[in-house]
Design a protein. Structure first.
Length: 275
């Protein structure tokens, strides 16, 4: 499932090709993804220029004069940019094309768990959209800190990994990156969040940022379907210390990496390095 690094890689790949360009037309071939695609999306975007592309959590926000179209990649979604003369005929899972003067932005999603939505400018700032308003802080902003994690977890009995995954404190720390960040911080993922000290929360915040930055640098993680806007796979999974390495030796201490299930998701950790 694309997480923050994969979405950020996609954003950076798309920006140079469509920012400042006008949408000539929108070809909507599938009306139902996770939620219905706005039926008048093509009309609303006709001749609209895309002023900027932003990311909020795992959502991509494309700003035009009339408002924002919002894209979520779901579990298997990708956004790719094609030169118009090289764009192939749409395949089965190619649901929406945004056609510009020289390029086509194509949304593909085999499982259709993603979303394409609209937020009109008349409805206020896009960050007030119901899907965005309750998200936690962005990990690369000054708002995110160990003190924030510490303050928001006092009295919490849920595991520190589950709290990270919830996205209410900080966005974008998905399953891979939660396991990796906790390993780097030396914190066992089953530790009740309320028992993590301020000093360890500060180290965790540092490692969350470092892990996500490293993943973005490596083009994200490709486990099954993810490719960037140019079709390239990510390589961060090759650098993982613990994720998907059950039974293999820890790259720090040599002990076996363990696997457990938390909230129906696999968690990987080293019992020696994470206490």
């Amino acid at each position: 499932m694309p997480e923050l690094p994969e979405v950020e890689v996609t954003k950076r790949g798309i920006e140079p090709y469509i920012t400042g360009r006008r949408v000539e037309r929108v070809d909507v071939r599938t009306l139902m993804l996770r939620w219905p695609v706005p039926p008048d999306l093509a009309r609303m975007l006709a001749r609209q220029a895309v002023h900027r592309v932003e990311r909020r959590g795992k959502y991509l926000l494309f700003e035009t004069d009339a408002g924002w179209f919002i894209v979520h990649l779901g579990m298997t979604g990708t956004l790719r940019v094609w030169p118009r003369e090289q764009a192939l005929a749409p395949a089965k899972h190619d649901h929406i094309d945004w056609v510009f003067d020289e390029f086509v932005l194509r949304y593909r999603d085999p499982r259709r768990f993603g979303a394409v939505l609209w937020h009109a400018r008349a409805d206020g700032d896009v960050r007030a959209h119901p899907l965005l308003v309750s998200l936690g802080v962005e990990p690369f902003t000054d708002e995110f800190s160990g003190e924030l994690i510490f303050r928001c977890t006092r009295g919490r009995t849920a595991s520190i990994k589950q709290v990270l995954l919830a996205g209410t404190i900080v966005v974008g720390v998905g399953n891979i990156y939660a396991s990796e960040s906790l390993f780097r911080a030396g914190i066992r993922p089953t530790t009740p969040a309320g028992r993590v000290s301020l000093a360890r929360c500060e180290r965790l915040a540092d490692e969350v940022r470092a892990t996500l930055a490293a993943a973005i640098e490596r083009g994200g993680s490709t486990l099954r379907d993810f490719v960037g806007s140019d079709g390239a796979s990510g390589y961060f999974q090759l650098d993982c210390f613990v994720y998907d390495r059950a039974g293999q030796p820890c790259r720090v201490c040599g002990g076996p990496i363990r696997q457990i299930v938390q909230g129906q998701r696999s968690t990987y950790y080293c019992a020696h390095c994470q206490r």
